[in-house]
Ligand binder design. Structure first.
Ligand code: DC
Length: 209
């Protein structure tokens, strides 16, 4: 079974997807990390983030061993990821890695922005996670502070809104719900309740088969 989790609030740094994968004994891929890794390669090289050719080269040389680097979680790298992920050729270069991950047994949970629409349009279950941007800003600020980063909630909110806007309006694979996706609003759910709600969606879809 393939479970696609998309939406502006899909990642929460992979927590929901990770927990869901654990529940079902599946593998988990937080696809945001892939775009963050590409962006970070450019940042490390001191390159211009708008250099499409370099971004494509970084995507083609993607090294999953680097996904665990904690610097990838920072707001700065996330912003840069939103920029490089708008290049169609960067996205194209990353499709087969993601599809292969999804296809390998025993099953997989992928979270991102375009899993249910582009990467795995035939996913068995699609969940579109939304949350009030103010609540997301609060959560991201706490996350950043717990990592020792300096974070101002208003600045984080402005960044979230700008990034959502960019992700939703890019021409290739814009952030949007697949027609067959189930919306999950986790504004007022804690992690446990969010995981329970996601499991309930998966079980409801399975029961209908
Ligand atoms: O989920 P995240 O914050 O780690 O994602 C960082 C950026 O990467 C996000 O702003 C847009 C991009 N992204 C994407 O375009 N497609 C995905 N499947 C995942 C992330």
């Amino acid at each position: 079974m393939i479970i696609a989790i998309d939406g502006p609030a899909a990642s929460g740094k992979g927590t929901l997807g990770k927990r869901l994968a654990h529940h079902y004994g599946y593998r988990h891929l937080d696809t945001g990390v892939i775009y963050r890794a590409v962006a970070h390669t450019l940042m490390e090289a001191g390159a211009d983030l708008n250099d499409e050719a370099l971004a494509v080269a970084a995507a083609l040389e993607l090294d999953p061993e680097r996904f665990g680097n904690p610097v990838l979680k920072t707001q700065k790298v996330g912003d840069a990821a939103s920029v490089v992920s708008a290049f169609p050729r960067v996205r194209e270069a990353l499709v087969s890695f993601q599809r292969q991950f999804a296809a390998d047994p025993p099953g997989a949970v992928l979270d991102g922005r375009d899993i249910g629409t582009v990467i795995c349009p035939d996913a068995d279950v699609k969940i579109f996670v939304i949350a009030d941007p103010r609540v997301r800003a609060q959560r991201r600020t706490l996350e950043a502070r717990s990592r020792g980063e300096d974070a101002d909630e208003d600045a984080v909110l402005a960044d979230i809104l700008k990034r959502d806007e960019r992700d939703q309006n890019r021409s290739t694979a814009p952030l949007r719900a697949a027609p067959d996706a189930h919306t999950l609003d986790n504004s007022y759910l804690d992690i446990e309740a969010g995981v329970r709600a996601a499991i309930a969606i998966v079980e409801a879809v399975r029961a209908k088969r």
